[in-house]
Design a protein around this ligand. Structure first.
Ligand code: ATP
Ligand code: MG
Length: 570
């Protein structure tokens, strides 16, 4: 029989003060509770307590993957550069990709994700439609040289990811594999105690067309999302909401003097119209060097992700470039701009006939400008970032905003990688076909911190039972005599019952022990004092509710088991 864990022998160096390097509550608490340590920017060590939680999250993932027939394996973390050249991502993936040379001058990359590695693995060996579908996955460290590693495990450079890849014979098969992963992902969030929402996502650099992200709802989340009571929810980067726009002032096209600051807010106030009645101009240089003027409803921003899909890696125009193309900062507009400038406008503006735009002259605007008459729009595109109040694309009601932490994402890839890398199989008619693929990623380490971000209070972490490093902490207020004997007995009995317990055997003052117990946040604390023990009683504290119950020593184990076992959801 294994002994219970002892706090004196647990490597969990706690901190009294808030570490200066941390902004987020979850980051502070994981550092303070002695669960993680920073080795360098975006590089963290998981100390024993955090590692126990990580293993639990991984276990939940393994069970849910097994339930849908996905097979666990492991590929190398270091991948030959040729595979990335073959897929075409060598040139597309930016400096986040850590590239290295070995002693033979061969290119290597530190895997940030493994579509290439898995596609290459099955290529030539998964040969017949009869062998399909196949879904393979691994849980492994990934490396992305993030431009701004921050918030601890939330945005690390090295982080733990579970990544799965499905190979199917046709689109219907891929859809099924994808749907199964999506259901499993929802279960994984739920079992790990996260309040998460599946949202429509942009498929980003990985490509493909259909994708969902699971967002752990949190004020501190880096991702913005819009949602509706009807069930619609989308990342603002992907949402295609219906934006209501107002017509601008002025029935005829004419110049108006606007001696106000060159911002939309100032312009709207000066003209006595809504911001939605103004038109925002944003000048960029597209990846192919074309100068572009983007016109948007005045109360909306250009969505960078949408713009990147159209313009590639674009840059905002510098003041010199603006001058070259006849554009004036703060007073930009399509009229009077150089002919070389491509004018694009957000689709929401398509039916609007009276635009208030900059006149490309300091202190002047043009009102009543009509597209197609007073200036040309070369293309109507979906460019605006959705926001609160825009109409839901499914039911038309106003959307609401929330923030979230992206903990996982599922993608349909189609044949993007299989085609590029020549990964084919023989179909029923003896024809070579590329695999229909899907890929599915969970940020395991980010998930751990997301749990803490959603579940903590002033005193510390409040672990949900399912991912708590230990389920119970026994806190004896004396480490000798009767009290200690009771603690030792409770500890042993809990172990025997299969409950994960740590006993605080340190010779510390009660106050220190209580503070640490709350900081580390194990779901239940069994407090043993001299008077209680004499009367055969323990005090059990529920960390989440703060409720305390006097429980006879003889019943403590059953009392706890009754509460803990159902919460494990195993
Ligand atoms: P983000 O938009 O936050 O940069 P991503 O969409 O690029 O993430 P994916 O390629 O979808 O990330 O990777 C799968 C999962 O890996 C993400 O859902 C996230 O939980 C996790 N992840 C991605 N980047 C990081 C990181 N830098 N640190 C920790 N976890 C990460
Ligand atoms: Mg993602």
């Amino acid at each position: 029989m294994r002994d219970y864990a002892k706090m004196s022998a647990t490597y969990a160096p706690t901190l009294k003060e808030d570490p200066v390097e941390a902004e987020l509550a979850s980051h502070k608490l994981l550092l303070r509770a002695g669960m993680i340590r920073r080795a360098s920017a975006g590089l963290y060590s998981y100390l024993p307590l955090a590692w126990r939680s990580i293993r639990k999250i991984e276990e939940v993932i393994r069970e849910e993957m097994e339930a849908i027939g996905a097979q666990e394996m492991l590929v190398p973390m270091v991948v030959p550069g040729e595979m990335w050249q073959e897929s075409g991502r060598w040139d597309v993936y930016g400096p986040e990709l850590l590239r290295m040379r070995d002693r033979h001058e061969r290119d290597l990359v530190m895997g940030p994700t493994h579509e290439e590695t898995f596609t290459d693995l099955v290529k030539n060996e998964l040969r017949s439609y009869k062998q399909l579908p196949v879904t393979l996955y691994q849980i492994q460290d990934k490396f992305r040289d993030e431009i701004r590693p921050r918030f601890g495990l939330m945005r690390g450079r090295e982080f733990i990811m579970k990544d799965a890849y499905s190979f199917d014979a046709d689109v219907a098969g891929m859809q099924k594999s994808y749907d199964e992963q999506k259901v499993a992902y929802a279960r994984i969030c739920e079992r790990c105690g996260l309040r998460a929402l599946p949202v429509v996502a942009d498929s980003g650099q990985i490509g493909g067309d259909t994708s969902v992200e699971f967002m752990a709802l949190a004020e501190a989340g880096e991702a913005a999302l819009v949602w509706c009571d009807c069930g619609f929810a989308a990342d603002v980067e992907a949402a295609r909401a219906q934006i209501g726009v107002d017509e601008g002032p002025g029935a005829v096209c004419e110049r108006v003097e606007t001696p106000c600051e060159g911002t939309i807010a100032a312009l709207a106030a000066f003209m006595g119209v809504s911001e939605a009645a103004c038109r925002k101009s944003f000048a960029i240089i597209a990846e192919d060097e074309t100068p572009v003027l983007c016109l948007l409803p005045g109360d909306h921003e250009l969505c960078e992700v949408k713009a990147e899909h159209v313009f590639g890696h674009y840059d905002a125009m510098s003041e010199e470039q603006m001058a070259e193309y006849g554009l004036v900062k703060g007073y930009m507009g399509p009229i009077g701009a150089d002919k070389r400038v491509r004018v694009v406008a957000d689709v929401s503006l398509r039916d609007s006939k009276r635009w208030l735009v900059g006149a490309n002259e300091e202190g002047w605007h043009i009102q009543g400008a009509c597209p197609g008459v007073d200036f040309e729009v070369d293309e109507w595109l979906d460019l605006a970032e959705s926001k609160e109040g825009d109409a839901c694309p499914e039911c038309g009601r106003p959307l609401k905003e929330a923030r979230g932490i992206e903990v996982s994402q599922v993608f349909q890839l189609g044949t993007k990688y299989s085609e590029a890398m020549g990964a084919t199989f023989m179909d029923e008619n003896g024809k070579e076909k590329p695999f229909q693929m899907g890929c599915y990623g969970i940020g395991v380490s980010r998930m751990l911190q997301a749990v803490v971000e959603q579940s903590h209070d002033e005193q510390g972490i409040v672990w949900p039972v399912c991912v708590a490093p230990y389920e119970v902490e026994v806190v004896p207020l004396d480490t000798r005599g009767e009290v200690w004997e009771a603690a030792d007995a409770v500890g042993r009995a809990l172990v025997e019952r299969g409950i994960e317990v740590v006993v605080d055997d340190r010779k510390e003052r009660a106050g220190v022990k209580f503070a640490d117990a709350d900081l580390m946040g194990f779901p239940y604390q069994v407090v043993l004092g001299r008077r209680g023990v004499k009367n055969g009683m323990a005090e059990v504290k529920d960390r989440k509710t703060g409720e305390r119950a006097d429980v006879p020593l003889a019943e403590v184990v059953t009392w706890l088991a009754e509460r803990i076992e159902p919460q494990r959801m195993r």
